[in-house]
Design a protein around this ligand. Structure first.
Ligand code: AMP
Ligand code: FE
Ligand code: FE
Ligand code: ZN
Length: 286
């Protein structure tokens, strides 16, 4: 299921059922081992709920696991995803921000379903039925409910229509300020990297100057190689990372069967990975 044979590769961005992926955390780690990855990072949206089962599976199958999260942040009005690696999950202020974002995600999903229910056969219970216990809720769970109800054929169709940012059914949610998030991740011993900064299809792209502002606050890198970056975007983001003197990573953003992204389809250079781990002091690589 959704795997690319790679051999000795490092994939630093994946999602499990702890957020909007379709593999359990342990199942994802086992799939990563089968795909031939050496290192996989689990980066569920705004939660560390998958860390324990993923760590146990990693010890069993002998793959290295980087514990992380993809934090929903905002910067100058832009919605930004901040990958945070190897931070202390008990650092209180950051933990409180994750809790607040998960709570806001839940309220927002309920409001979106309330709007959708006027026009489509979908209830909140349908969405809950598509969501693992305690998961960080997102639009993909609403998409799954719409697929189950026969309204659309695939998650992609829902994202291209009623769940798009421009849709009348779209509702935004609270995100933590990026400057606070970068500082708090560092204070928690973690390493912050901006996810897919050149992904134009997700909306307006964060300007270089706005990214540069976060470097003195502790931003460690930019995700360069990602499915949502075309060749020009990769060149631009890599050049920016070089100019700013920060790391450039690559990863799949695997979501199981929920997206077309395959494990290991983009990977991180071992030297870059080594630098990233050397900067971390929150929790060790499993
Ligand atoms: P949300 O976090 O609730 O705003 O929803 C955005 C999430 O939906 C992102 O994490 C993406 O991974 C996911 N997503 C975006 N487009 C698609 C798509 N076409 N199919 C499946 N998931 C998607
Ligand atoms: Fe996602
Ligand atoms: Fe993302
Ligand atoms: Zn992601």
């Amino acid at each position: 299921m959704g795997e690319v044979a790679t051999g000795g590769a490092i994939d630093l961005h994946t999602h499990s059922t702890a957020s909007d992926g379709t593999d359990t955390p342990a199942g994802l780690v086992r799939a990563a081992a089968r795909a031939g990855l050496d290192v996989v990072a689990l980066t569920d949206h705004d939660t560390t709920a998958g860390w324990e089962p993923a760590a146990q599976a990693a010890r069993e199958v002998g793959i290295r696991l980087v514990r992380g999260a993809e934090l929903s942040v905002s910067h100058h009005g832009y919605s930004v995803h901040l990958l945070a690696y190897l931070f202390d999950p008990d650092a209180a202020e950051l933990r409180e921000h994750r809790r607040a974002v998960r709570s806001a995600r839940l309220d927002r999903a309920r409001r979106m379903v309330g709007l959708l229910a006027h026009d489509f056969p979908i209830t909140w219970e349908d969405v809950v039925a598509q969501t693992s216990e305690g998961a960080s809720v997102g639009r993909p769970h609403i998409a799954d409910a719409l697929v189950a109800a026969g309204v659309v054929g695939h998650r992609d169709d829902a994202f291209a229509s009623m769940l798009a940012g421009s849709s009348p059914y779209y509702v935004p949610h609270y995100a933590m300020p990026a400057a606070d998030a970068v500082r708090l991740v560092r204070e928690a011993g973690g390493v912050p990297v901006i996810a897919h900064p050149g992904a134009a299809l997700r909306g307006r792209v964060l300007p270089d100057a706005a990214i540069a502002e976060l470097v003195p606050l502790g931003l460690a890198g930019l995700e360069v190689d990602h499915r949502d970056h075309d060749a020009a975007a990769r060149r631009r983001v890599r050049a920016l990372a070089d100019r700013l003197g920060i790391l450039g990573t690559g990863s799949s953003d695997y979501h199981g069967t929920g997206k077309r992204n395959l494990l290991g389809e983009n990977t991180t250079d071992p030297a870059v990975y080594g630098e990233l781990v050397a900067q971390a002091s929150g929790v060790p690589v499993v």
